[in-house]
Ligand binder design. Structure first.
Ligand SMILES: *Cc1c(COP(=O)(O)O)cnc(C)c1O
Length: 371
């Protein structure tokens, strides 16, 4: 159906189109200057030394597991309240995702729950910064450091989210970003792995390019690798979008503030709330409602032309595949499960207007009155 206000929309300008056209007109469509420029400018915008641009956020996550040499049975501690890719990447290497519950406030893993599940097989912690909020990185890094564990930050929803004044993605040993069209900035499909570790950088560069030696000799393969390369067209778009990040993030901040102002009087909903440690990078605009009314409210809003969704429902451990394979059951991670039954994400995108917000608000008020 045609929605009056859609859930998300990419923000593509004439400048983006001009840059992609320039890349298209060059004779080099892969492994060229645009990939380099995208990597350099993106790493700089977050604050790390090295970057490897890849074909998706999931590819970046998978490469992080390979770089850590996750082997069958190795354990990685992560969040059940996330998009499934942050956990699937562990399974790609026959590792075991060990879930811990989340904090009500950050919606990220609760650092206090991490230590009790650490075993001799634990190799890493993989916190996910969901909805553009930050996990408690101080506490997570403390636990990781005291047990010599690596930390991979999944920043796919948190481009330039700050924790205590520092960008997420600069705390752990590696961090991953994704540029699917619903993210703050997009390349259609695409991703990035960031690190300050030169050895990890070289390893990931090689693994994403069929395991070629770092001197990139044409047909010499040092290890099992993949084709996770990004094309020059995609990288050119990524470069162009990176230049606009300050503008994009500012527009989204203003929009979120307007949304919060407009919806503040509605009793039945809980609005997203910053905590003092986090500077949001707005990915989605989520509200929380009583779980008894969530699903019927979703139906009513969608019927009224407001495209919205439950996020993330069900939790990863309750996904059919995970239940079957690991025997997870309801009740194991009560906060994550409750939050996943309360959240609705409303339309939110860089070019959304105040008029659109009024349309969503009217539909929301009307829908609530019909329940
Ligand atoms: C979008 C997203 C990913 C994966 O990104 P893709 O580019 O779609 O592979 C991973 N983790 C989280 C939390 C995401 O939101």
């Amino acid at each position: 159906m045609e929605y009056k206000v859609s859930l998300s929309k990419p923000y593509i300008t004439q400048e983006d189109i001009a840059v992609v056209t320039e890349a298209l007109n060059s004779s080099q469509l892969s492994l060229g200057q645009w990939t380099r420029r995208f990597e350099e400018s993106f790493a700089q915008s977050i604050g790390t030394t090295y970057a490897v641009a890849v074909s998706s956020g999931t590819a970046a996550l998978h490469l992080s597991m390979r770089a850590l040499q996750i082997a069958p049975g190795d354990e990685v501690i992560t969040s059940p309240f996330s998009f499934i890719a942050s956990s699937n990447c562990i399974l790609y290497e026959q590792g075991k995702p060990v879930f811990v519950d989340i904090e009500e406030e950050t919606l990220g893993i609760d650092p206090l729950q991490v230590e009790p599940v650490i075993t001799g097989r634990t190799k890493a912690i993989l916190p996910v910064h969901v909805f553009g909020q930050a996990c408690d990185m101080d506490s997570i890094m403390n636990v990781a450091n005291s047990h010599s564990l690596s930390v991979i930050e999944d920043c796919c929803e948190a481009i330039q989210t700050q924790f205590k004044g520092k960008n997420v993605g600069t705390f752990g040993h590696m961090s991953t970003f994704g540029f699917y069209p619903n993210k703050q900035m997009t390349t259609g499909e695409g991703g990035m792995l960031l690190t300050n570790d030169e050895q990890v950088y070289r390893m990931v560069k090689s693994l994403g390019n069929q395991g070629r030696g770092t001197n990139l000799e044409w047909l010499v393969h040092d290890q099992l690798g993949y084709n996770y390369r990004i094309s020059e067209l995609t990288a050119a778009l990524g470069y162009s979008q990176t230049q606009k990040l300050p503008e994009i993030l500012e527009k989204r901040r203003e929009l979120a503030a307007f949304y919060i102002e407009e919806l503040a009087g509605i009793d039945a909903i809980k609005l997203p709330k910053s905590n003092s440690d986090t500077e949001y990078s707005w990915f989605v605009f989520h509200i929380r409602v009583d779980q008894k009314i969530r699903d019927s409210l979703l139906v009513k809003l969608n019927e009224k032309g407001i495209q919205c969704k439950a996020y993330f429902y069900p939790c990863i451990h309750l996904q059919p595949y995970y239940r079957e394979r690991f025997g997870y059951q309801k009740g194991m991670f009560p906060i994550a499960e409750r939050v996943s039954r309360e959240v609705i994400v409303l339309p939110f995108f860089t070019t959304m207007t105040q008029e659109d917000v009024y349309t969503v608000k009217d539909a929301l008020v009307q829908s609530l009155s019909e329940l």
